[in-house]
Design a protein around this ligand. Structure first.
Ligand code: SF4
Ligand code: SF4
Length: 326
């Protein structure tokens, strides 16, 4: 029994889905087009037509459009071609546009949705473990005198088990679930080209004068992301792993002399602090900044029109009736 009722050319689809370009138009062309039972009353036979019907669903759902343009109201810009122009090389390979498109066949939507699922699971688990390690590490370091010994012992063991899990199990899980994207990830973070240095230069200029110099495009695997991932793989994991194990041996079994143990604890703390700060920057750029901008937009919309829909701010044609006026 085939996985999908429709035969998919997965080799070509995999290549296209891994490109950092808007995928919806090409996924439409792999689809079956308008079906025989579509309720469209037109004189011509359009069964099988795979063209864009300009519904705008892909434009509305794309995170790049949401961040850069907020809303696209003009009807002739609510097409896949317009989406490609707006997104350019900044596609995040989330495939929300593919899932939202009525012209893409269901098996292709499901294939695209699952394409990076393994990578997402590993990313989420890794993020959860790093945050748990940060919280338990801070608790052990600063609050162990205030908590009962039993709780401290549980937290210490949880910290160690999570550390071992992160160090040993996560790379194996990544390999088992999605080795294609594990190798892609390693290849991308290790390749540094001239354009990366230009990107960093543009970022420094933007930080110096954000009005004159725009933020460089947030393409996938930009140098900032590459540096963060390289730090996690090449610095954070080995340094915190090795110093953690040495502390474990020193504290529980007394194998390590006291002054060396104190030095190891200091190194562990310094790198844990650097990791916490970089993690905060990563979370800020990925989520917190957008949530803050969204919250400000909602507040501005409310102050301007006594309405919580901030679309009001972005269109001269969008009007909303004040709820309190009925
Ligand atoms: S970012 Fe997501 S929704 Fe936007 S074009 Fe790329 S895959 Fe489609
Ligand atoms: S979602 Fe609508 S606008 Fe986007 S490609 Fe599909 S048919 Fe065209």
């Amino acid at each position: 029994m085939p996985l999908f009722p429709m035969k998919l050319n997965t080799k070509i689809m995999d290549l296209l889905l891994d490109e950092t370009e808007c995928p919806v138009a090409r996924m439409r062309l792999f689809s079956e087009g308008i079906s025989v039972n579509a309720r469209l009353f037109v004189p011509d036979d359009i069964i099988g037509d795979m063209g864009c019907i300009a519904c705008g669903n892909c434009v509305d759902t794309c995170p790049v459009v949401k961040e850069e343009y907020r809303f696209v109201f003009v009807q002739n810009q609510r097409t896949s071609m317009a989406l490609e122009n707006m997104v350019g090389q900044e596609c995040r390979r989330c495939y929300k546009c593919v899932v939202a498109c009525p012209q893409v066949s269901k098996p292709i939507k499901e294939y695209a949705s699952a394409f990076r699922r393994g990578e997402m699971i590993v990313h989420l688990l890794t993020a959860g473990i790093i945050i748990s390690l940060a919280i338990s590490g801070i608790t052990l370091m600063h609050y162990s005198n205030f908590l009962p010994a039993q709780e401290i012992s549980i937290i210490r063991w949880a910290h160690r088990i999570l550390g071992v899990f992160l160090l040993l199990f996560m790379p194996v899980l990544y390999f088992v679930l999605d080795k294609r994207h594990l190798f892609r990830f390693l290849r991308k973070v290790s390749q540094w080209e001239r354009t990366d240095w230009d990107w960093l230069k543009a970022l420094v200029q933007h930080i110096g004068n954000s009005k004159k110099y725009p933020m460089p495009p947030r393409v996938q695997f930009n140098p900032g992301q590459k540096a963060w991932y390289l730090y996690v793989v090449c610095v954070m994991l080995p340094v915190l792993g090795i110093t953690g194990v040495i502390q474990w041996l020193g504290l529980d079994y007394g194998y390590i002399n006291a002054s060396f143990l104190a030095l190891i604890m200091l190194i562990h703390m310094v790198f844990a602090l650097i990791t916490d700060m970089l993690l905060f920057i990563h979370l800020y750029l990925k989520y917190l900044r957008n949530w803050a901008i969204l919250s400000l937009d909602i507040i501005r919309a409310f102050l301007k029109g006594r309405h919580l829909s901030y679309a009001l701010l972005y269109s001269s044609t969008a009007t909303f009736q004040n709820k309190s006026q009925g």
